[in-house]
Ligand binder design. Structure first.
Ligand code: IPD
Length: 267
Protein backbone atom coordinates (compact mmCIF):
# COMPACT_ATOMS: atom_id res chain seq x y z
CA UNK A 1 0.00 0.00 0.00
CA UNK A 2 1.30 3.45 -0.98
CA UNK A 3 2.72 5.87 1.58
CA UNK A 4 2.68 8.82 -0.84
CA UNK A 5 2.37 11.93 1.37
CA UNK A 6 0.19 13.75 -1.18
CA UNK A 7 -2.33 10.91 -1.32
CA UNK A 8 -2.24 10.48 2.45
CA UNK A 9 -2.84 14.23 2.83
CA UNK A 10 -5.84 14.08 0.47
CA UNK A 11 -7.35 11.29 2.53
CA UNK A 12 -6.72 13.20 5.77
CA UNK A 13 -8.48 16.25 4.28
CA UNK A 14 -11.44 14.22 3.03
CA UNK A 15 -11.94 12.54 6.41
CA UNK A 16 -11.49 15.81 8.36
CA UNK A 17 -14.15 17.38 6.14
CA UNK A 18 -16.61 14.55 6.72
CA UNK A 19 -16.07 14.65 10.50
CA UNK A 20 -16.49 18.45 10.53
CA UNK A 21 -19.75 18.21 8.57
CA UNK A 22 -21.06 15.60 11.01
CA UNK A 23 -20.14 17.80 14.00
CA UNK A 24 -21.83 20.88 12.53
CA UNK A 25 -24.99 18.86 11.80
CA UNK A 26 -25.17 17.18 15.20
CA UNK A 27 -24.00 19.95 17.56
CA UNK A 28 -27.46 21.56 17.90
CA UNK A 29 -28.89 18.30 19.27
CA UNK A 30 -26.12 17.81 21.81
CA UNK A 31 -27.62 18.49 25.23
CA UNK A 32 -25.71 18.08 28.45
CA UNK A 33 -23.79 15.09 27.11
CA UNK A 34 -20.49 16.04 28.69
CA UNK A 35 -18.04 14.09 30.84
CA UNK A 36 -14.79 15.26 32.39
CA UNK A 37 -11.27 13.85 31.95
CA UNK A 38 -8.08 15.04 33.69
CA UNK A 39 -9.80 17.78 35.74
CA UNK A 40 -13.32 19.26 36.14
CA UNK A 41 -12.49 21.79 33.40
CA UNK A 42 -11.23 19.15 30.93
CA UNK A 43 -14.37 18.10 29.06
CA UNK A 44 -15.21 15.46 26.49
CA UNK A 45 -18.54 15.59 24.70
CA UNK A 46 -20.41 12.69 23.09
CA UNK A 47 -19.47 14.29 19.79
CA UNK A 48 -15.71 14.10 20.50
CA UNK A 49 -16.21 10.35 20.79
CA UNK A 50 -18.50 10.14 17.73
CA UNK A 51 -16.07 12.20 15.64
CA UNK A 52 -13.12 10.00 16.60
CA UNK A 53 -15.15 6.85 15.84
CA UNK A 54 -16.03 8.19 12.38
CA UNK A 55 -12.41 9.17 11.67
CA UNK A 56 -11.02 5.81 12.83
CA UNK A 57 -13.63 3.93 10.75
CA UNK A 58 -12.82 5.93 7.61
CA UNK A 59 -9.05 5.51 8.03
CA UNK A 60 -9.39 1.78 8.55
CA UNK A 61 -11.79 1.39 5.58
CA UNK A 62 -9.17 2.99 3.33
CA UNK A 63 -6.02 1.68 5.04
CA UNK A 64 -6.85 -1.26 7.33
CA UNK A 65 -3.25 -1.93 8.39
CA UNK A 66 -2.17 1.55 9.53
CA UNK A 67 -1.71 2.58 13.15
CA UNK A 68 -3.88 5.27 14.75
CA UNK A 69 -3.33 7.50 17.79
CA UNK A 70 -6.43 9.41 18.84
CA UNK A 71 -7.08 11.79 21.73
CA UNK A 72 -10.06 9.87 23.03
CA UNK A 73 -9.30 6.27 22.00
CA UNK A 74 -5.53 6.09 22.52
CA UNK A 75 -3.14 4.05 20.38
CA UNK A 76 -4.36 1.29 18.03
CA UNK A 77 -1.60 -0.98 16.72
CA UNK A 78 -1.13 -1.73 13.02
CA UNK A 79 1.17 -3.45 10.55
CA UNK A 80 2.61 -0.49 8.61
CA UNK A 81 4.98 2.44 9.23
CA UNK A 82 2.07 4.84 8.76
CA UNK A 83 0.48 6.31 11.90
CA UNK A 84 -2.51 8.64 11.92
CA UNK A 85 -2.67 11.20 14.73
CA UNK A 86 -6.20 12.37 15.36
CA UNK A 87 -7.83 15.09 17.43
CA UNK A 88 -11.58 14.68 16.84
CA UNK A 89 -12.27 18.16 18.29
CA UNK A 90 -9.45 20.49 19.29
CA UNK A 91 -10.99 23.35 21.22
CA UNK A 92 -13.66 21.25 22.88
CA UNK A 93 -14.59 24.03 25.32
CA UNK A 94 -15.21 26.41 22.39
CA UNK A 95 -17.30 23.70 20.71
CA UNK A 96 -19.33 23.26 23.88
CA UNK A 97 -20.04 26.97 24.19
CA UNK A 98 -20.81 27.57 20.51
CA UNK A 99 -17.64 29.59 19.87
CA UNK A 100 -16.25 29.11 16.34
CA UNK A 101 -12.64 28.20 17.10
CA UNK A 102 -12.66 24.43 17.21
CA UNK A 103 -11.08 22.09 14.70
CA UNK A 104 -10.83 18.53 13.49
CA UNK A 105 -7.15 17.71 13.19
CA UNK A 106 -5.68 14.72 11.32
CA UNK A 107 -1.95 14.19 10.77
CA UNK A 108 -0.19 11.34 8.99
CA UNK A 109 3.20 10.18 10.15
CA UNK A 110 5.47 7.88 8.09
CA UNK A 111 8.34 6.23 9.99
CA UNK A 112 7.91 8.72 12.82
CA UNK A 113 7.86 11.90 10.71
CA UNK A 114 4.67 13.86 10.09
CA UNK A 115 4.36 14.10 6.29
CA UNK A 116 0.84 15.46 5.84
CA UNK A 117 -1.86 17.15 7.86
CA UNK A 118 -5.34 18.62 7.63
CA UNK A 119 -6.96 21.01 10.11
CA UNK A 120 -10.63 21.64 9.41
CA UNK A 121 -12.26 24.64 11.12
CA UNK A 122 -15.88 24.08 10.09
CA UNK A 123 -17.44 27.08 11.83
CA UNK A 124 -15.14 29.36 9.83
CA UNK A 125 -15.33 27.33 6.60
CA UNK A 126 -11.55 26.95 6.61
CA UNK A 127 -9.45 23.90 5.74
CA UNK A 128 -5.71 24.17 6.41
CA UNK A 129 -3.52 21.55 4.77
CA UNK A 130 0.18 20.82 4.46
CA UNK A 131 2.36 18.19 2.89
CA UNK A 132 6.02 18.05 3.90
CA UNK A 133 8.08 19.87 1.27
CA UNK A 134 4.98 21.06 -0.61
CA UNK A 135 3.95 24.05 1.50
CA UNK A 136 1.03 25.00 3.74
CA UNK A 137 -2.30 25.95 2.27
CA UNK A 138 -5.61 27.52 3.22
CA UNK A 139 -7.84 26.38 0.39
CA UNK A 140 -5.97 27.52 -2.74
CA UNK A 141 -3.83 30.11 -0.95
CA UNK A 142 -0.24 29.29 -0.06
CA UNK A 143 0.59 30.40 3.47
CA UNK A 144 3.63 32.34 4.69
CA UNK A 145 4.03 33.26 8.35
CA UNK A 146 4.87 36.86 9.27
CA UNK A 147 8.59 37.63 9.11
CA UNK A 148 10.72 40.40 10.62
CA UNK A 149 8.43 41.09 13.57
CA UNK A 150 10.35 42.21 16.66
CA UNK A 151 9.22 40.84 20.01
CA UNK A 152 7.82 44.20 21.16
CA UNK A 153 5.44 44.25 18.17
CA UNK A 154 4.50 40.58 18.23
CA UNK A 155 0.95 39.36 18.74
CA UNK A 156 1.45 36.15 20.68
CA UNK A 157 -1.07 33.35 21.16
CA UNK A 158 -0.89 30.98 24.09
CA UNK A 159 -3.05 28.52 25.98
CA UNK A 160 -3.49 27.08 29.44
CA UNK A 161 -3.69 23.49 30.66
CA UNK A 162 -6.55 22.03 32.64
CA UNK A 163 -4.68 21.34 35.91
CA UNK A 164 -4.84 23.95 38.67
CA UNK A 165 -1.13 23.93 39.61
CA UNK A 166 -0.01 24.14 35.97
CA UNK A 167 -2.41 27.01 35.35
CA UNK A 168 -1.08 28.96 38.30
CA UNK A 169 2.44 28.82 36.83
CA UNK A 170 1.13 29.62 33.34
CA UNK A 171 -0.58 32.71 34.75
CA UNK A 172 2.70 33.92 36.26
CA UNK A 173 4.57 33.27 33.00
CA UNK A 174 2.05 35.14 30.85
CA UNK A 175 2.22 38.07 33.29
CA UNK A 176 5.93 38.38 32.43
CA UNK A 177 5.34 38.02 28.68
CA UNK A 178 2.44 40.47 28.34
CA UNK A 179 4.39 43.69 29.05
CA UNK A 180 7.06 42.68 26.48
CA UNK A 181 4.84 42.00 23.42
CA UNK A 182 2.12 43.77 21.41
CA UNK A 183 -0.59 41.66 23.04
CA UNK A 184 -1.65 38.15 23.99
CA UNK A 185 -4.42 36.00 22.47
CA UNK A 186 -6.00 32.91 24.03
CA UNK A 187 -8.07 31.34 21.27
CA UNK A 188 -8.80 27.95 22.88
CA UNK A 189 -7.45 25.62 20.18
CA UNK A 190 -3.76 24.81 19.86
CA UNK A 191 -4.29 23.56 16.29
CA UNK A 192 -5.89 26.85 15.25
CA UNK A 193 -3.22 28.87 17.08
CA UNK A 194 -0.52 27.13 15.03
CA UNK A 195 -2.49 27.64 11.80
CA UNK A 196 -2.85 31.30 12.83
CA UNK A 197 0.94 31.60 12.95
CA UNK A 198 1.00 30.14 9.42
CA UNK A 199 -1.56 32.66 8.11
CA UNK A 200 -0.03 35.66 9.92
CA UNK A 201 -3.10 36.18 12.11
CA UNK A 202 -0.72 36.01 15.05
CA UNK A 203 3.06 36.33 15.03
CA UNK A 204 3.94 33.66 17.56
CA UNK A 205 2.62 31.00 19.90
CA UNK A 206 3.82 29.17 22.99
CA UNK A 207 2.25 26.70 25.38
CA UNK A 208 3.14 24.03 27.91
CA UNK A 209 1.29 20.71 27.97
CA UNK A 210 -0.09 20.31 24.47
CA UNK A 211 -0.29 16.80 23.06
CA UNK A 212 0.75 15.30 19.70
CA UNK A 213 -2.89 15.21 18.54
CA UNK A 214 -3.13 18.96 19.22
CA UNK A 215 0.00 19.94 17.28
CA UNK A 216 0.88 17.17 14.78
CA UNK A 217 -1.12 18.42 11.77
CA UNK A 218 -1.05 22.14 12.54
CA UNK A 219 2.65 21.98 13.42
CA UNK A 220 3.35 20.88 9.84
CA UNK A 221 1.11 23.71 8.55
CA UNK A 222 3.17 26.15 10.64
CA UNK A 223 6.60 24.85 9.64
CA UNK A 224 5.64 24.61 5.96
CA UNK A 225 4.67 28.30 6.20
CA UNK A 226 8.24 29.10 7.22
CA UNK A 227 7.85 29.11 11.01
CA UNK A 228 10.09 27.33 13.49
CA UNK A 229 8.34 24.98 15.93
CA UNK A 230 10.46 23.65 18.79
CA UNK A 231 10.74 23.26 22.53
CA UNK A 232 12.94 25.05 25.04
CA UNK A 233 16.75 25.02 25.11
CA UNK A 234 17.28 23.23 21.78
CA UNK A 235 14.77 20.45 22.41
CA UNK A 236 12.18 19.37 19.84
CA UNK A 237 8.53 20.30 20.31
CA UNK A 238 6.88 17.98 22.84
CA UNK A 239 4.20 18.06 25.53
CA UNK A 240 6.83 19.71 27.77
CA UNK A 241 6.83 22.90 25.75
CA UNK A 242 6.16 24.39 22.33
CA UNK A 243 7.21 27.70 20.80
CA UNK A 244 6.30 28.65 17.25
CA UNK A 245 7.23 31.79 15.29
CA UNK A 246 9.23 32.90 12.28
CA UNK A 247 13.02 32.61 12.71
CA UNK A 248 14.24 35.69 14.57
CA UNK A 249 11.06 36.14 16.60
CA UNK A 250 11.34 32.48 17.64
CA UNK A 251 14.71 33.15 19.29
CA UNK A 252 13.50 36.36 20.96
CA UNK A 253 10.41 34.61 22.35
CA UNK A 254 12.51 31.65 23.44
CA UNK A 255 15.00 33.87 25.26
CA UNK A 256 12.19 35.69 27.05
CA UNK A 257 10.52 32.44 28.09
CA UNK A 258 13.46 30.18 28.97
CA UNK A 259 14.60 32.05 32.14
CA UNK A 260 11.00 31.93 33.40
CA UNK A 261 11.18 28.09 33.48
CA UNK A 262 7.73 27.82 31.92
CA UNK A 263 8.05 24.03 31.60
CA UNK A 264 7.39 23.44 35.31
CA UNK A 265 4.09 22.88 37.09
CA UNK A 266 4.98 24.11 40.57
CA UNK A 267 7.01 26.96 42.06
C1 IPD B 1 -6.91 21.99 24.20
C2 IPD B 1 -6.81 23.18 23.29
C3 IPD B 1 -6.38 24.41 24.06
C4 IPD B 1 -5.07 24.19 24.78
C5 IPD B 1 -5.14 22.97 25.66
C6 IPD B 1 -5.59 21.75 24.84
P1 IPD B 1 -8.77 20.13 23.65
O1 IPD B 1 -7.29 20.82 23.49
O2 IPD B 1 -5.90 22.92 22.25
O3 IPD B 1 -6.18 25.53 23.23
O4 IPD B 1 -4.78 25.33 25.55
O5 IPD B 1 -3.84 22.77 26.16
O6 IPD B 1 -5.68 20.64 25.70
O7 IPD B 1 -8.86 19.70 25.08
O8 IPD B 1 -9.76 21.17 23.30
O9 IPD B 1 -8.70 18.98 22.68
Amino acid sequence: MTADPIELGRLAEEIAREAGDMLVAKRPTMSGAVATKSSPTDVVTVLDTASERLIRDRILEARPEDRILGEEGGEAPGETDVRWIVDPIDGTVNFLYGLPDWAVSIAVEVEGTVVAGAVNVPARGEMFTAVRGHGAWLGGERLRCNGDVPLARALVATGFGYGVARRAVQGRVVAEVLPRVRDIRRGGSCAIDLCSVATGRVDGYYERGINPWDYAAAGLVATESGATLAGLRGRPVSPDFAICAAPGLFEELHDLLAPLDPDRDTD
